[in-house]
Design a protein around this ligand. Structure first.
Ligand code: TIU
Length: 230
């Protein structure tokens, strides 16, 4: 039986069981975090998201050092756009749409530079990367099967954006029976007020979708675990 590490969180302490938990880093892609990508094409200020990079680097380093499961996701589409719903394609009044050529290649298309994960958080060998066509990481992907095969029951969720892909993924995970801990300082939105509201929606009503905590508390907990004297 895996040891249980209490992590300070809202609405109550999260009972982290490291061997049954995965760090799920949502869509930390150049298309969302760097100028010229999908986020910017939608009219957003990408600098709002960049504050989450350093906290994610610290949490990812500690999580890897403890030997725990890491999963990355990327939002994007096939080069032929056959998996792009016309409704999603039409949405927004941006001059550049999904599939159009931008400064980092075709917007939100798999295999293009902008679709890939930022260098600061790049996956290493053995860390599954989930390519997803939607906002939620479970829709039309093999994430649930991968988590089941690994015996994962808890998700520690970070990434962008708080109210869109992070929230959608946590809601999907909640309905599939996972306990989710959203990491506030490792998530970000183009809209600070949506970031705050997106987190409150998770932990409100006694944790209707899960828990909200901070990276420092998680790092402290898992560092104690890897310390033989702790
Ligand atoms: N636009 C926006 O806030 N987000 C997305 O389109 N995708 C993700 O959140 N990854």
């Amino acid at each position: 039986m895996d040891n249980m590490l209490p992590v300070s969180a809202a609405p109550s302490a999260f009972a982290l069981r490291p061997a049954q938990s995965a760090l799920v880093i949502i869509d930390m892609q150049r298309d969302f975090l760097e100028p010229g990508g999908f986020g910017a094409a939608l009219g957003n200020d990408v600098s709002q998201l960049r504050r989450a990079i350093a906290p994610n680097q610290r949490l990812l380093a500690a999580w890897r050092a403890a030997g725990l499961t890491v999963i990355h996701t990327r939002e994007g589409h096939r080069p032929d756009l056959a998996d792009l719903p016309p409704a999603k394609h039409r949405r927004g009044d941006a001059p550049l749409k999904i599939g159009d050529a931008g400064p980092m290649g075709r917007i939100l298309v798999r295999g293009e530079a902008g679709h890939d994960i930022i260098a600061e958080l790049y996956p290493i060998a053995g860390e599954p990367v989930i390519d997803k066509p939607g906002k939620g990481a479970f829709f039309a992907t093999d994430l649930h099967a991968i988590l089941q095969n690994l015996g994962i029951a808890q998700l520690v969720v970070t990434g962008v954006t708080t109210e869109v892909c992070v929230n959608t993924t946590i809601r999907e995970a909640n309905d599939r029976g996972y306990d989710c801990l959203a990491v506030a300082d490792c998530c970000a939105s183009y809209f600070p007020e949506f970031h705050e509201a997106g987190l409150r929606m998770i932990s409100a009503q006694g944790g209707i979708f899960g828990w909200v905590g901070n990276s420092a508390a998680i790092i402290e907990a898992i560092s104690q675990r890897s310390d033989p004297d702790a």
